[in-house]
Design a protein around this ligand. Sequence first.
Ligand SMILES: Cc1cc2nc3c(=O)[nH]c(=O)nc-3n(C[C@H](O)[C@H](O)[C@H](O)COP(=O)(O)O)c2cc1C
Length: 196
Amino acid sequence: MTAQHILLGITGGVAAYKSAELVRLLVKAGHTVDVAMSESATRFVTPVTFQALSGRPVYVDLWDARPDNNMAHIELTRRADCFLIAPATADVLARLAHGHCNDLITTLAAARTCPLAVAPAMNKQMWDNPPNQRNIAQLRADGVTVFGPGHGEQACGEVGDGRMLEPEQLFDLLTGLTQAKTLAGRRVLLTAGPTF
Ligand SMILES: Cc1cc2nc3c(=O)[nH]c(=O)nc-3n(C[C@H](O)[C@H](O)[C@H](O)COP(=O)(O)O)c2cc1C
């Protein structure tokens, strides 16, 4: 797979620690990873961890003055081939489904031109909660790719749907998504048999 520029959004769920491994896998495979975190996500894992693993600055604040034009929400999406939010909390799914732009991650999603994928991560009651199911259906209808969630033991001690997929699974799914984008619009000649 050709090297891609991945924008990874991390929101405030326990599974945020798994995204550190995802960044490591992506960087090891030769991809460039820009990380944007919600304020809540920084309570679970520090930006320093993601900065060390990605080798790039990490953004949390919509008002971050580091980009030359002071618009991180534009700069980060301009160079991204794909935007993955993992973990995606119930709250960010609700904000995305309603087009909110009240923090860096939701504003990045609204301003992007690249595909958006989300990897929900939450307790099973939160996953099954009717508003959450409505938000997921709306996001799918809007063309957002939903990775998972998985089924199994949860941080709260319950067993059910809502676990974030494992970093290796997300890596494979993301690779498939960016490859599909790379090939979109290309004409491909398939031969079945030898040429003489
Ligand atoms: C200890 C703890 C764990 C949490 N885990 C999750 C979670 O796994 N999934 C989720 O959707 N929300 C979880 N929450 C709630 C979110 O952190 C909360 O809704 C927050 O506002 C999300 O903000 P964000 O989407 O901007 O990151 C948790 C909260 C706490 C205090």
